[in-house]
Ligand binder design. Structure first.
Ligand SMILES: [Zn+2]
Length: 501
């Protein structure tokens, strides 16, 4: 049996408080035992049926006769043998265990507030044009009107209020990365994690970290001086949920629309900081090794879903020229009746020259054999050559380059080309597979389940199918044009019921 009280019962032992903390942390992660922000109340009287937040009054209420179960060292009540989980009265008052819980949580909450306050990582507020054309900083810091279209920077004043303070239409809240990178080395544990890859040996032919990949190794070969200092930081820019000037509590401003290609305007401060981190670096104290060094950083790539890919790369991913790698060199086409862009049968060109699929006239596009050999994808310098004469959005924010949509899908010259190493990277943009997997699943699921309005298999699809493919069993019957023949991939009533069980 443990002793939870300090001698003379002047308080609780640190071991007991630590045990409670561990238990609460564990309990909060057990989905079966939580309801919103409440956890199951560990009490024999209510047979663990009640829920409560740990800081609710009744955790402290001495009037509730509580007989409590003792947390095990691992926090698992269910893992403990029946006799060991025997509830017992906690000496020192009926509610002392819950009191301990409540007290601990209050202690944690108090500490957290203070911690967050003390951390104080900087946030820079930079005013922006409400249309997203410019940031009011550097040369434009004193402008009151947008340089391009003359929109006002500030909202109009209300009457003659002497206390009225100028309020901008849009503000970018920028979190500088340099102090955050410095923090990574400011304590031993994260500093050691930053160096994990140096000591880690990956098995041959396997990949467990980006440093096992070609792109990382290529970067190391290109920039030996950077690779030499293993504590230099390699960054990936994830644009998921990017909202440049939204403030959640600001209900006066309408939510800004998607910045689309103008995202480069909001990336300006980041690129400037990345340039500084590449050319000069920053002095960092490494607590794992107890000495300071100059840390540099490089942006290795971005990670996006398909929509933000279109924002950060300079090639639009919409329509039949929507492949940012093969660009206008795909076999994509528009469906005649469905109108949508279709990438069916674009990929036989990647097969080996003698592959039997290349000569298959039935399984792919009707009566077509594939003779084309896919070209190698363009390297960075080749892409840069193509965009070198296109204006970046910070010079020409609101008009697309000539020939957009008909000859090409370039939307801008991306701001990332300002980084001196960007054109040498093997991979510049990555797709977020999680998001794509979900979209693919949704479409396949809605189709096989035959969910009306959401399935991709509809009357127009069957009509298009007749034009392009050899699938006579799926074609509409001329005599019964409104009846869609049932496809083999569609589930029957019983199968659907089993899926939903
Ligand atoms: Zn503007």
């Amino acid at each position: 049996m443990y002793n939870k009280n300090l001698p003379g019962r002047v308080g609780l032992t640190p071991e007991f408080e630590d045990g409670v903390k561990t238990f609460i942390k564990w309990a909060k992660g057990q989905r079966r035992y939580i309801d919103g922000d409440k956890i199951r109340f560990p009490c024999r009287k209510f047979k663990n049926t009640k829920f409560g937040t740990p800081d609710e009054d009744y955790f402290e209420a001495p009037s509730v006769p509580q007989v409590l179960e003792e947390p095990t060292p691992t926090g698992h009540i269910e893992d403990v043998p029946a006799d060991a989980t025997r509830s017992r009265s906690v000496d020192g008052g009926p509610s002392s265990y819950c009191y301990g819980v409540a007290r601990t949580i209050m202690m944690i909450q108090g500490c957290t507030k203070k911690l967050v306050k003390d951390l104080g990582l900087p946030v820079e507020k930079i005013h922006a044009c409400k249309n997203g054309c410019i940031l009011y900083w550097k040369d434009y810091i004193d402008l009151e009107y947008c340089k391009f279209y003359g929109d006002t920077r500030y909202k109009p004043s209300r009457g003659r209020d002497p206390h009225w303070k100028k309020s901008p239409y849009a503000v970018l809240r920028y979190l500088p990365i340099t102090p955050r990178l410095q923090r990574l080395y400011s304590s031993r544990s994260p500093a050691e994690h930053m160096m994990w890859r140096v000591t880690h040996q990956t098995k041959e032919e396997s990949m467990c970290h980006p440093f096992d990949a070609k792109a990382w190794k290529h970067f190391d070969r290109m920039y030996l001086d950077f690779a030499e200092e293993s504590r230099n930081a390699r960054l990936g820019l994830c644009t998921d949920g990017f909202a440049p000037h939204v403030h959640v509590s600001d209900d006066v401003n309408p939510r800004p629309s998607n910045p689309k290609r103008l995202i480069d305007v909001y990336l300006e401060p980041l690129i400037e900081e990345l340039l500084q981190l590449w050319h000069v670096g920053v002095r960092v104290y490494d607590h794992a090794l107890d000495r300071a060094f100059i840390m540099r950083a490089a942006l290795m790539w971005t990670v996006n879903d398909l929509l933000t890919y279109r924002m950060v790369s300079e090639w639009s991913t919409a329509g039949v020229m929507g492949c940012p790698v093969y660009m206008d060199d795909t076999r994509a086409f528009h469906l005649q009746l469905g109108r949508k862009a279709c990438y069916f049968d674009c990929h036989r060109q990647f097969l080996l020259a003698h592959h039997s699929y290349r000569r298959n006239k039935k399984a792919f596009t009707k009566n077509r054999i594939e003779n084309k050999v896919a070209r190698p994808s363009l390297i960075g310098d080749q892409i840069l050559d193509r965009v070198v004469n296109i204006s970046p959005v910070i010079e020409m924010p609101l008009s697309l380059p000539d020939g957009y949509g008909s000859d090409h899908k370039w939307t801008k010259k991306s701001i990332f080309w300002d980084l001196p190493y960007w054109s040498t990277l093997l991979i510049r943009h990555n797709l977020d597979v999680m998001q794509i997997k979900k979209n693919v699943f949704d479409n396949v699921f809605n189709t096989v389940m035959g969910i009306k309005g959401k399935r991709k298999d509809n009357m127009n699809a069957r009509r298009d199918l007749k034009i392009i493919f050899n699938r006579s069993e799926l074609e509409l019957d001329e005599r019964r044009p409104n009846v869609m023949p049932k496809a083999e991939y569609m589930l029957g009533k019983e199968q659907k019921r089993r899926v939903c069980e």
